[in-house]
Design a protein around this ligand. Structure first.
Ligand code: TLP
Length: 348
């Protein structure tokens, strides 16, 4: 697939040469017995990076979120989240399936919850309502176009939630993109969250793997939930070795992806039929509207693909391009040329 310019997601990044070398030489053991030194090192480093007591290596972000929701809730509760959140829309109703919870979605313009909107959705005790179990915030917010929470908003949500005995999970799949954007360390951004999931794959480039961090008690229980989900992975130090490089070396370069996303957004905004506000692009995700092109996003995707560019629709009228390590500025410029060509009939 390397001949493609692949802007479908930052999940498509391939492990770097350094990661492949580290994977080949990784010291391993049976991680279900906690005997994989490389996994143990990664879990310690992740916890340390977030100022939490413990960390858990999970194969995917979805599994990390699934375990977190289970840890923070009881059957029959509600989870307050943004209406476009990944946990609600892209994780096969895992909240219902594994935790017996339903989502209480809050519509936002930009993916960012605020305390007053959350507070309105907290169920008072009563004979009819499912009690609120937890609050979930997604930072950066994928489907809102990579938007970043202000640290104060997170602190307020967490502080108020804790005062009411509620816990907060952060889906920080792309938390290091938030770090790069704000220039504030991830440990500060997520300081008040009870559990944080972040991905080593995506922008950090590891082939697979995410981390869940939190209190030792939560992570000890999370380890059992991971096993129950079939995620006890044995000699998985080969993946953790790539994860260590992802965590140690890759966050520092994410600003480049953001620069490329902004340049891509500016060029896209100048193409007739395409609508977006480049100033709204905060990190590495560019969502643009194609309703005025007279083509649906699947048609545009297919035509782009014929010219070697992969960009998916997120609805019939909106598309998402994601910049990453394997799609730098040269690739983005080529993609723009192809986009201009594919959308030329509109210009005419
Ligand atoms: N997002 C993927 C798709 O599932 C949409 C992508 O291409 O962006 N939280 C957030 C905010 C995510 O964006 C994703 C993946 C996940 C969780 C799940 O991670 P994985 O794919 O590792 O289960």
């Amino acid at each position: 697939m390397s001949e493609w310019i692949d802007l479908r997601s930052d999940t498509v990044t391939r492990p770097t040469a350094a990661m492949r070398r580290a994977m080949a030489g990784a010291e391993v053991g049976d991680d279900v017995y906690r005997e994989d030194p490389t996994v143990n090192r990664l879990e310690e480093l992740a916890a340390e990076r977030f100022g939490k007591q413990a960390g858990l290596f999970v194969p995917t972000g979805t599994m990390g979120n699934t375990i977190a929701i289970k840890l923070l809730t009881r059957h029959g509760q509600e989870v307050i989240c943004d209406s476009r959140s990944h946990i609600l829309n892209y994780e096969l109703s895992m909240m219902a399936w594994f935790s017996g919870c339903v989502a209480r979605p809050v519509a936002t313009s930009d993916g960012r919850l605020n305390w007053s909107a959350v507070e309105r959705e907290i169920r008072p005790p009563g004979p009819h309502w499912a009690p609120t179990g937890a609050i979930e915030i997604e930072n950066t917010h994928n489907m809102a176009g990579g938007t970043v929470y202000p640290v104060e908003a997170i602190d307020e949500i967490c502080g108020q939630a804790h005062a009411r005995g509620l816990k907060v999970h952060m889906d920080g799949a792309r938390i290091f993109n938030a770090e790069a954007r704000l220039g504030v360390p991830a440990v500060r951004i997520a300081a008040q969250a009870d559990t944080i999931m972040f991905c080593l794959s995506k922008g950090l480039g590891a082939p697979s793997g995410s981390m869940l961090v939190g209190t030792r008690e939560a992570i000890d229980e999370g380890r059992l939930l991971r096993k129950r989900l079939g995620g006890g992975m044995r000699q998985v130090g080969v993946l953790a070795a790539a994860g260590l490089i992802a965590l140690e070396q890759m966050p520092a370069r994410l600003g480049e992806d953001h620069d490329h996303a902004r340049l891509l957004a500016e060029a896209l905004a100048a193409i007739p039929g395409v609508s977006l506000d480049p100033r709204a692009v905060e990190t590495n995700i560019v969502i643009f509207d194609v309703s005025r092109t007279g083509m649906t996003s699947p048609v545009i995707s297919a035509r782009l693909k014929e010219q070697g560019v992969l960009i998916n629709g997120i609805s019939p009228t909106a598309m998402r391009a994601v910049t990453h390590y394997d799609a730098g500025w040269i690739e983005c410029q080529k993609a723009i040329e192809v986009l201009r060509k594919v959308l030329a009939p509109v210009a005419a």
